[in-house]
Design a protein around this ligand. Structure first.
Ligand SMILES: NC(=O)c1ccc[n+]([C@@H]2O[C@H](COP(=O)([O-])OP(=O)(O)OC[C@H]3O[C@@H](n4cnc5c(N)ncnc54)[C@H](O)[C@@H]3O)[C@@H](O)[C@H]2O)c1
Ligand SMILES: [Zn+2]
Length: 365
């Protein structure tokens, strides 16, 4: 199967490229090598690739020639610096997705795997001992500043127990990035209905592993910790470190993408189906920092009490659907994955450059 991996130079995309190649598929890549993700010295993808933006309709049309399916990873990620980043996120993630989908409609490519995110759920699922399932709103800045990090029951103000979110939980995006990830899903679902396309959306949890970008305002928390350790500094843990997340290894996420791509043909046309993609074993941010610092042999983490308004307290979802419907099994266990990540290089990692033109790519088909 020939698969166009958008964002295939990125952290997750590059592992998908490797996983596709290892299983005998033929990845081709379109990536803009965004400076926010790659810095000044980007590493080209390990596959034939086109240096272009997904908003460039002509370049996308060229890259789609001879392609059986698209694995859409290209996006601006993270919380960004401030609200001034909002137009950039919307342009890259939503206009970019719409441009890609229009080109796929035109080219007759009907199979799509979309990189989604658990950020679409907001605070996720909580239970109150007295009121059952509740949905706490965004945390107030005053509470966060006073160190009151736990969302409380909106009815009685009691502490809540966080639970596992299922795919049918209502969406509740809490920041610009989350809003753009949700819009990508809606666009893909509308496309599937309009053209009889087949879409799987994989809602990734906190992905970590080799090749994670160095710390930028756009990177994930594990990469902040890893970068601090590389500088000889203690990882700085925000809030009180008790935030629960599901850290899923990047090779397991890549394997889920390959499974989803190969299973698309069996899905009914015209539909979008979401799958939570997490290890199934939640850990706190503080546990990640402690495990990473120990594996690296660096200074123990410091808990700073700092906070970011767009962050949610706990978000952990059930990935049962991905296991039962697609037969996915995460293979990298937390301690082993963290130990490997502590030793692994962060981006940039040099590989041979296989940059191509659309004509050369099509000729190779
Ligand atoms: N890393 C995580 O924990 C995580 C969690 C949930 C979802 N995701 C999603 O996974 C996907 C990949 O994320 P990542 O962590 O590998 O990020 P990344 O920044 O390492 O990779 C993204 C890649 O996309 C490229 N890109 C961005 N906008 C583009 C555009 N408009 N045109 C062409 N290329 C563009 C970048 O240059 C980069 O190579 C994203 O869609 C992201 O939203 C990631
Ligand atoms: Zn209550």
């Amino acid at each position: 199967m020939r698969v166009l991996v958008t964002g295939g130079a990125g952290f997750i995309g590059s592992h998908i490229v490797a996983a596709l190649s290892a299983r005998g598929h033929e990845p081709v890549v379109l990536d803009a090598l965004l400076p926010s993700a790659h810095g000044a010295a980007p590493t080209p993808p390990a596959a034939p690739w086109i240096h272009a933006d997904v908003r460039d309709a002509d370049a996308v049309a060229g890259a789609l020639r001879g392609v059986d399916a698209v694995c859409h990873q290209a996006a601006m990620v993270g919380l960004g610096k401030d609200f001034a980043d909002a137009p950039g996120y919307v342009a890259c993630n939503d206009l970019g997705t719409a441009t890609l989908l229009a080109a796929m409609a035109e080219a007759g490519v009907r199979h799509l795997v979309l990189a989604g995110s658990m950020v679409v759920y907001g605070e996720g699922r909580y239970d109150c001992g007295r009121h059952g399932r509740v949905a706490p709103g965004p945390r107030a800045a005053a509470d966060l500043a006073a160190g009151r990090f736990e969302p409380l029951c909106p009815s009685c103000g009691e502490r809540l127990a966080p639970g596992l979110v299922g795919e049918d939980a209502p969406a509740d995006p809490r920041n610009v990035y989350a809003a753009t990830k949700l819009a990508q899903e809606h666009l893909a679902a509308a496309w599937a209905r309009a053209v009889d396309g087949r879409v799987v959306g994989l809602r990734y949890h906190n992905v970590y592993g080799p090749g994670m970008p160095r710390d930028t305002p756009y990177a994930g928390v594990a990469s902040f910790f890893r970068s601090s350790l590389a500088r000889g500094q203690a990882p700085r843990v925000f809030e009180d470190g008790g935030q629960r997340r599901d850290f899923v290894h990047v090779r397991d996420v890549a394997a889920a993408n390959v499974l989803a791509l190969t299973a698309l043909a069996e899905r009914a046309p015209g539909g979008f189906r979401a799958f939570n993609t997490g290890s199934g074993t939640p850990h706190t941010i503080g546990e990640m920092a402690t495990a990473l610092a120990a594996a690296y042999g660096g200074p123990a983490p410091v808990v700073t009490g700092e906070y970011r308004l767009g962050d949610v307290r706990h978000i952990t979802a059930s990935s049962e659907r991905l296991r039962t419907e697609l037969g996915w099994r995460p293979e990298v266990e937390f301690a082993a994955g963290v130990a490997e990540f502590a030793r692994a290089a962060q981006r940039p990692v040099p590989v041979p450059d296989q940059r191509a033109t659309p004509a050369a790519l099509a000729a190779g088909k």
